[in-house]
Design a protein around this ligand. Structure first.
Ligand code: ATP
Length: 381
């Protein structure tokens, strides 16, 4: 895949990987991967455990060397350069702060080693602590801070060096859900404020959708799609992406006619008009409709529909989740907002025969991915 195919950004990329592979013995962890990340982008590598995202990040940082291919930062080939000679800093899941040093001294550590003038160092440390909201904690020890605060110290310690690229490897992974959500918003704000390119690794799809300008979805050492969060969700490039991001609502079928005004015959027996660009007659594919885009009942004029049996109905507070089984044993998840209590009471219960419908615009066709598993997504919750 060329950089252009992988969705390169405007201008010269700040980070570029060209046909990069990494093998550990016989095992290929990263398989011929190309990527171009633009200046000031918040770019996320997303995928299940073991898909190669940390290895990719470590090759940019210099903790691993590529077996094949080129890694460029600001146009310069950095292969062979040790981490400290690269214009990058890394924030890890474990904060790795010095317990015997104060917060301010932890942040100043890199500057002291570089022999930056004390006055200048103090100014920069003060500025970064202010940015991460820890100015008042400057004289505390790490053990006197919460996990979220310690991670913000680690962030300030990285930012104070003015790296060209900040690499973040599951930095919020050790925090509880509520703290993680708060820090996601803060991190995104800090990234906008400093304007530095962030390359972020996570297996949490919600985190990736919330924070990123663009996301690379990885599977078995390869990139399945690079796109902005809206497109990754609404227009997944493959059944793997459709299953990994959001609820896997896939209806298998066969293309009857290709092209813009194409047709697909779903295995449930219904023929639906859909743009089938890139697919040819007879090809197997899957139709994706997100749970919130499905309606119970006939739907509007020209809306396709399929029949099914309600298997379960679950009250989720803001919405009700129905699982509907189609004739071909495919299960579809439907989310109905609980805006009106009277309407909610009318929803069909388990065992009821229903029609599921959707607006044609809300259906997106994908090719079958090569062999894959989405089981690891469970970890992300
Ligand atoms: P996780 O979120 O679990 O860390 P990941 O997507 O970041 O997953 P990597 O850590 O990049 O995955 O690992 C990719 C694959 O390479 C895994 O199967 C892993 O076991 C293997 N791997 C990584 N580092 C090494 C190593 N030093 N020696 C051998 N195999 C390795």
């Amino acid at each position: 895949m060329s950089a252009a195919e992988s969705g390169s950004s405007n201008g010269n990329p700040t980070v570029e990987l060209r046909d990069v592979s990494k093998r550990f013995g016989d095992f290929t962890a990263v398989d011929d991967l190309s990527l171009a990340i633009g200046e000031g982008e918040f770019f996320t590598l997303l995928g299940p455990s073991g898909c190669g995202k940390t290895t990719t990040l470590r090759m940019v940082a210099g903790f691993e060397e590529a077996t094949e291919g080129q890694v460029l930062i600001d146009g310069a080939d950095v292969v062979g350069l040790p981490p400290y000679k690269r214009p990058t800093n890394t924030v890890f899941q474990s904060y790795a702060l010095f317990p015997h040093l104060s917060v301010a001294d932890n942040v100043a550590f890199g500057l002291r080693r570089k022999k930056v003038d004390k006055k200048e160092a103090d100014r920069r440390v003060g500025e970064e602590l202010e940015r991460v909201g820890l100015a008042r904690e400057a004289n505390r020890r790490p053990s006197q801070l919460s996990g979220g605060m310690q991670q913000r110290v680690a962030l300030a310690r990285a930012l104070v060096n003015f790296p060209k690229v900040l690499l973040l490897d599951e930095p919020l992974g050790a925090l509880d859900l509520k703290l993680r959500k708060g820090l996601q918003v803060q991190l995104k704000g800090i990234q906008r404020d400093v304007g530095i390119t962030f390359v972020y690794v996570t297996h949490d799809q919600e985190e990736a959708l919330t924070m990123s300008d663009r996301i690379a979805v990885m599977n078995q050492g390869r990139i399945e799609q690079v796109a902005d969060p809206e497109d990754v969700y609404d227009k997944p490039a493959s059944s793997f992406v459709a299953g990994f991001i959001g609820v896997s609502n896939l209806m298998p079928g066969t293309v009857k006619t290709g092209g813009q005004a194409g047709e697909i015959e779903l295995d449930s027996g219904v023929t639906v008009k859909a743009p089938t660009d890139g697919l040819s007659a007879g090809e197997r594919c899957q139709a994706v409709v997100r749970p919130e885009k499905l309606s119970i009942g006939e739907g509007g004029r020209g809306h396709p529909s399929v029949e099914g049996l309600v298997e379960s109905s679950l009250y989720l507070g803001t919405s009700t989740q129905l699982i509907v089984k189609l004739p071909d044993e495919v299960r579809m998840t439907v989310l109905v907002p609980n805006a009106d209590e009277a309407e909610r009471q009318q929803l069909p219960g388990g065992g009821a025969k229903v029609k599921l419908s959707w607006a044609p615009d809300h259906m997106h066709l994908v090719r079958e991915s090569r062999e894959h598993s989405t089981d690891d997504k469970e970890d992300a919750t």
